[in-house]
Write a protein that binds this ligand. Structure first.
Ligand code: G6P
Length: 617
């Protein structure tokens, strides 16, 4: 989704903004733009394509001047990706400049009205409408920029994070948020300020940040404290300054060719960080504040509804198997986008678990707001600390994956499963649905997973070899059963996302009801056939694929001999208990899609059309 980065202070804004835009590239975008202001001239450049294209446009030193700057990466919603539709946009007079992340839904009506009042438009965007509306309000009411922004925003319907400045006020930027994230970095003695969609663009300058809440706006003036107000009623907000815990190494590639590969390799550490302090092996207990504090609610729950999107939804499906198996609580897993619009039946005895890496996914956020309004208890499982979903939830547990930059989610998935397994085990213990020896066994096994992940990563070269054989395939089928059925879905999603090869995930037993018709000697089929997961039945499925000449890439438990005889390729994973096996089986599938995408020359970290965090519907 769109990314915003801005600076106002005493330094040259250009390198800060460019660096910031590059840090936000992971969000996914199709065009980029930047405006600089030195108090006299506005220097604005924008282009379809990547930030590298934008750099070419700023080739003369003069155009890089200015202590105020705002940059933007655009993920097209209204209007195709081209130079004109890229941000920033200026108002008719040329005095006001804006960047915007989100959608103004009633832009068409406002646009018609503004055209009647003599405005002309150059782009197809809703953003150009918004900046002219702000200008019109300013003109008619003779108010300061902040007030004009506020009045205009009260007229629009939609979602936004915006940053606006006025040429006549070179020391001020106005920022507002509803639905899309925005973080403000505060420099020493208020001599400089940073604005960004997440804190990564300003990490090296300050650790003091404010995350604007929905419906808030900030008036940022050099030399003064940030003034935060509610957009709706102008009341003053006393915002909390947070100390950022992220560091620079976490958001750099650290010697890996791609963020995705780095993040695949980080999984052992990320899983450890996620259970650290929660899984106490020696005492054989699990402690999770968000669960302990609300144990009664959990124990009285009629059911758990999991809402999520994309990879997080797949983690939710794995959790369904784990919760039902261990804690015997009925679970429903819903696409947040469907749930929010289908008038779902929700009661006060329901627990809604929202899973989201970014904590900003618009549909998931809307789904929990709906659930809360019906009295359900909302528990958030997010990676990004302080994100909207984590703030909106009644309670929650963070995954401690660290920043995930690659658009294709990897370590977020395995850490989400880790948190959800911890919760399921804790509840199972509290409900008495697991024996103490079984509980202990699960704890030991979970604790041993990071070392097994580490060992498993040794297969990287082998997976690369397999990838080479299938890089020209046009279709892939992924099969799994039980706990590993969602892993099949996730494996197929990874391949689609980054290599643009069509792939489908299916429960292995469903193959006979359709996908089997697709199998011929050109169809690679990835089958998860671990020892404990309905093994014999999956082996029969493998035989069926073999008889139709499909190419079999099997993920098996170490030491397996049966599948080795039939499959074209075998990838061995260390043994573990079945409910935790997705933490291992998913890793070769991540590597397979990674290598295929690299060999096909795809942009692995920023696949076309995709965004890391989808903050619009
Ligand atoms: C986008 C990302 C996916 C992610 C999904 C849900 O589609 O590209 O990788 O799984 O959003 O995101 P969330 O941040 O809510 O987990």
């Amino acid at each position: 989704m769109c990314g915003i980065t801005g600076y106002i202070g005493y330094r040259d804004a250009y390198p800060i903004i460019i660096n910031g835009l590059q840090r936000l590239e992971y969000r996914g975008y199709d065009s980029a733009g930047l405006v600089l202001y030195d108090g006299k001239e506005i220097n604005l450049a924008k282009t379809k394509g990547k930030v590298s294209e934008l750099l070419k446009k700023f080739d003369s030193e003069a155009s890089k001047k200015g202590n105020l700057g705002i940059g933007h990466t655009r993920w097209a919603t209204h209007g195709v990706p081209n130079d004109v539709n890229s941000h920033p946009h200026t108002s008719q007079s040329g005095n006001l400049v804006i960047v915007h992340n989100g959608i103004i839904e009633n832009y068409d009506t406002i646009k018609k009205e503004l055209i009647n009042r003599g405005y002309t438009f150059h782009s197809d965007t809703d953003t150009e409408v918004l900046i002219n509306l702000i200008e019109e309000v300013q003109k008619n009411n003779n108010v300061m920029l902040g007030q004009a922004v506020q009045i205009a925003l009260n007229e629009v319907v939609g979602a936004y994070a915006i940053a606006v400045f006025d040429k006549t006020k070179p020391d001020e930027i106005v920022v507002a948020k509803l639905g899309s994230p925005i973080a403000l970095g505060i420099g020493k003695d208020n001599k400089e300020f940073f604005i960004a969609s997440d804190a990564s663009p300003f990490l090296e300058y300050t650790k003091d940040a404010i995350y604007l809440e929905d419906g808030e706006m900030a008036i940022i003036k050099v030399g003064r404290e940030i003034e935060i107000r509610k957009i709706q009623d102008d009341s003053v907000v006393d915002a909390e300054i947070q100390e950022l815990q992220m560091n620079l190494e976490q958001i750099e590639k650290g010697g890996y060719e791609h963020f995705m590969l780095k993040e695949i390799y980080e999984q052992s550490r990320a899983i450890t960080d996620t259970y650290r302090g929660r899984l106490l092996r020696d005492e054989a207990i699990i402690k999770m504040a968000g669960v302990e504090d609300n144990m009664k609610r959990f124990l009285n729950a009629d059911r758990i509804i999991i809402v999520a999107c994309g990879t997080s939804w797949h983690a939710g499906l794995v959790a369904e198997y784990i919760f039902e198996d261990l804690a015997r609580i009925p679970v429903e897993v819903e696409y947040a986008s469907e749930f929010r619009y289908r008038n779902p039946i929700i009661s006060e005895k329901d627990i809604v678990i929202a899973i989201s890496q970014s904590g900003e996914t618009a549909d998931t956020l809307a789904a929990i707001k709906l659930a809360k309004s019906k009295g359900a208890f909302v528990f958030g499982v997010c990676n990004v600390v302080g994100s909207s979903i984590s703030r909106e939830s009644d309670a929650g547990a963070y995954t401690h994956a660290g920043p995930e930059i690659g658009v294709a989610s990897t370590k977020a998935f395995t850490t989400q499963i880790t948190v959800l397994a911890l919760i399921a085990l804790r509840l199972a213990r509290a409900k008495g649905t697991i024996s103490s020896s079984d509980f202990r066994n699960h704890i030991y096994e979970l604790e041993a997973i990071p070392a097994k992940v580490e060992a498993l990563l040794e297969i990287n070269d082998k997976v690369e070899e397999i990838a080479r054989k299938y890089l020209l395939s046009t279709n892939f089928l992924y099969l799994g059963r039980g706990f590993n059925f969602p892993v099949a879905l996730e494996g197929a999603l990874k391949l689609k996302e980054i290599s643009y090869i069509h792939a489908e995930g299916y429960p292995a037993a469903e193959m006979k009801h359709g996908p089997i018709a697709l199998i011929d000697d050109r169809m690679p089929v990835v089958v998860i056939a671990t020892k404990k997961g309905h093994y014999e039945k999956v082996v029969s499925n493998i035989q069926e694929i073999k008889s139709r000449k499909g190419k079999i890439i099997a993920v098996v438990t170490e030491g397996d001999t049966t599948v080795k005889e039939i499959a074209d390729h075998v990838i061995e994973i260390p043994e573990t208990i079945e409910s935790l096996s997705p933490l291992l089986t998913t890793i070769p599938l991540q590597l397979l899609s990674y290598h295929i995408a690299v060999m096909r020359g795809c942009n692995v970290d920023q696949p076309r059309n995709l965004a890391k965090s989808v903050t619009v519907e």
